[in-house]
Design a protein around this ligand. Sequence first.
Ligand code: PNS
Length: 163
Amino acid sequence: MRTAIYPGSFDPLHNGHLDVIERGARLCDKIIIAVARNTSKDGLFSFEERVELIKEATWHVPGVEVDCFEGLLVDFANAQRADAIIRGLRAVSDFEYEFQMALMNRQLSDRLETIFLMPSQELIFLSSRMVKEIAQFGGQIEPFVPPPVAGALNRKLQQNPQP
Ligand code: PNS
C-alpha cells in the first residue's frame, strides 16, 4: 500500500491544488492532505475550516484523507507510515524553495521521497494569495477554486468586507 502526504497551508485550497491531488491519487493508494498548523503565514481560514473545505472539495477523489499536523513534516509523514511527500511545482520560481525543502526533508528522513507533480498548464498561475486578493477586491473567483471554497470565501468576505 503506497501512501503519500500532500502538505501545505491550503488557505484556501484552489483548483491547482485539486489537480495535484487528483494526479497524486492516481499514483498512490492513499493520499493524506496535511494542513500545516505551524506556518508563519496569517490565515484567512482557520485550520478546521481549511480541513472541512478540503474534505468537501475532494469527496470524489478515491483514497483521500485530510488531517492537520504540527511540527516537522517528516515526523508526521513517518507517523502515518507514508512513503512519499507530494508537492506541486508550478514554475521555475517555485523550484529553489521546493528543492531546498525536499533535500532538507531527505536529510531529516532518508526513507521519504519527495515527488513533484505539475498541475495542468491552465492552472499554473494560481496561488491561494492571488485568489484571496481577487476575492477581496470583488473579482470572480469561481473559475479558480472548487465550489465549496468559492462559497466560503464569499461568505467570509461578507462578514469582513474590505473598507
Ligand atoms: O503551502 P506551503 O505554505 O508552501 O507549505 C509549506 C509546508 C507547510 C509544506 C512547509 O512549511 C512544512 O513542511 N512545514 C512543516 C515544518 C517543517 O517540517 N519544516 C521543515 C521543512 S524543510
